[in-house]
Design a protein around this ligand. Structure first.
Ligand code: BES
Ligand code: ZN
Ligand code: ZN
Length: 469
């Protein structure tokens, strides 16, 4: 268990970390037992030197100014690789870091604690470890905030990495209720019976083939309870996506446990907003279901109803995310009338083919929101890239038998088509944004051998919320 504190000065007889940009090694010479060690401060590399007392001195490379936004990863790597050697405490020299860098350092150190092997029978033992940030300036709040962010990211990564037999929709609901109770915000969970009563037909249709009933989770953090909702967040919470009757190939199917990555970000951000006491009214809605194969599964060709009242012709049961999102969007707009509305979903393979693992697809008609989100993405190194919502794509969603169909049937512009489908359920909300995080929520990582959760989105959205006027 890591705990975070601040100290005014490095004790050079104990273990410490010297974060260092390229070309600046000289300024740390006074801490070092040798002249000019072999270290070129390349990004996310480190060099261990033993001090006179046998203590550990880590030179941590932060690269050049072009790497500045991503230094979370440098600290994460150092902590991840070396924490097992740290006895009771490790000091971090924060004297030469800016406020943003200190926060990122704390996030990274906290993220280094994440253990992916939650389901191993032999747990690696966790002894208490103090992370001590040293500076003569007052940095307590930055360190505290960074550590809370890192810890919440770890909690949501644990959710995304959890297997679908443990992580049912009801499990996500219980997670949210528990978080709300611990951190002190509001949470309600609509179970199957309430979903039927309130006409969440699209969520129910997607969940029909599973023995685990769907839920819709609403989390509310309202520091100004009499005022309007500043931001509504909506997350896709498919706990496992087999594709349904339009079944997916079995190769890599196990990774479809991560199809609730958007939901995890929404749950994490509301939890964090409450922990950090942001001055912003936020409502999070998560629509969660399992897309399974069964005699009672919904079928291609079915026409279903939806919370909005629009009927939908199902062309492909694997385009399930947009269905549960449609209900969640319609619900949050009708119930909470948020001034801004942002949804996050691991929605399409198409966005993975377009932007790889480097950026989320961003869709919005609001240039102002696009600018602000783009800037937040650069600063947090959780990048977004804007894609169009041209009217041209509307006819692709034409259905002869229903109001709309869930797939164009064409192998082109999949991410845009999905976004256009969602847009049909936003009642032309002028400040709606959709983020397709299929390529960035889960993937290859230097912290696991198989693909794993990245935590993408938490810093992006948190930073965006902090920037709201
Ligand atoms: N959950 C998938 C999208 C996905 C793909 C997420 C790869 C993460 C990695 C989504 O439900 C899906 O299956 N989308 C289909 C839609 C198609 C059938 C219209 C897709 O993108 O292929
Ligand atoms: Zn699917
Ligand atoms: Zn899916």
């Amino acid at each position: 268990m890591m705990t975070f504190t601040t100290i005014s000065k490095i004790d050079t007889s104990k273990d410490f970390i010297l974060p260092c940009y390229q070309g600046y090694l000289k300024r740390f010479q006074k801490y070092l037992p040798v002249e000019k060690p072999d270290f070129d401060a390349e990004f996310a590399t480190y060099q261990l030197i033993y001090g006179q007392k046998g203590n550990r001195i880590y030179l941590l490379g932060l690269g050049t100014t072009k790497d500045a936004n991503k230094i979370v990863r440098a600290f994460q790597k150092l902590a991840f690789d070396n924490k097992k050697f740290w006895k009771t405490a490790i000091q971090v020299n924060a004297e030469t870091l800016s406020s943003e860098e200190i926060m990122k350092a704390a996030i990274g150190m906290a993220m280094g604690e994440y253990q992916i092997g939650q389901f191993k029978s032999k747990k690696s033992k966790e002894s208490p470890l103090k992370i001590e940030f040293a500076s003569t300036k007052s940095i307590k709040q930055l360190v505290e905030e960074g550590s809370l962010i890192g810890q919440t990211i770890n909690r949501i990564k644990a959710l995304v990495d959890a297997p679908a037999n443990h992580k049912t929709p009801e499990f996500l609901g219980a997670w949210a209720l528990n978080s709300a109770k611990q951190v002190d915000y509001e949470c309600t969970v609509l179970h199957k019976k309430e979903l039927i009563e309130q006409k969440f037909d699209a969520v129910l249709s997607v969940g029909k083939g599973s023995i685990h009933s769907p839920v819709v989770i609403t989390t509310k953090y309202l520091p100004r309870p009499k005022e309007a909702i500043d931001v509504g967040l909506v997350g896709k919470g498919i706990t496992f996506d087999t594709g349904g009757l339009s079944i997916k190939p079995s190769q890599n199917l196990h990774y479809m446990k991560s199809d609730m990555g958007g939901a995890a970000v929404v749950l994490g951000v509301v939890e964090l907003a409450a922990k950090l006491k942001l001055n912003c009214n936020i409502v999070g809605v998560v629509a969660s279901a399992e897309n399974a194969v069964d005699a009672s599964s919904y079928r291609p060709g079915d026409v279903i109803n939806s919370h909005s009242g629009k009927t939908i012709e199902i062309i492909d049961t694997d385009a399930e995310g947009r269905l549960v999102m449609a209900d969640a969007l319609s619900y949050i707009i009708k119930t909470f009338k948020p001034k801004q509305l942002i949804d996050l979903a691991t929605l399409t393979g198409s966005v993975v083919r377009t932007l790889g693992n480097s950026a989320a697809g961003m869709f919005t008609e609001s240039a102002e929101m696009a600018d602000a989100m783009y800037t937040s993405g650069e600063l947090t190194h959780e990048r977004v890239w804007r894609l169009p919502l041209y009217e041209d794509f509307e006819e692709d969603l034409h259905s002869d038998v229903a109001d709309i169909r869930n797939f164009s049937g064409k192998p082109v512009a999949g991410a845009i088509n999905a976004a256009k489908f969602l847009q049909a359920f936003t009642e032309d909300h002028p400040n709606w944004m959709h983020l397709d995080i299929a390529g960035v929520a889960f993937g290859d990582s230097s912290f696991s051998k198989m693909k794993s959760a990245s935590g993408f989105g938490v810093q992006l959205i948190l930073n965006y919320l902090k920037g709201l006027k």
